[in-house]
Ligand binder design. Structure first.
Ligand SMILES: [Zn+2]
Length: 63
């Protein structure tokens, strides 16, 4: 006999648990780049102007 649940999980408890599980990854948080105003992910180099925390990291895309 394998692992058998001791108690029936009610639909309310199951739905509550799933609501918690799926709530977290639904927030893709973005910030605006202080250099160019592009929407970027925090703690990442801006792909538009190539800066991170006010410092030039990548070669800036001209234009
Ligand atoms: Zn930028």
């Amino acid at each position: 006999m394998g692992a058998v649940p001791k108690h029936r999980i009610t639909s309310r408890r199951r739905k509550n648990r799933r609501a918690q599980t799926w709530a977290a990854p639904s927030l893709p948080h973005l910030i605006t780049c202080p250099e160019c105003g592009e929407m970027i992910r925090p703690y990442h180099v801006c792909r538009n102007c190539g800066t991170y925390r006010g410092r030039q990291v990548l070669a800036a895309k001209e234009g």
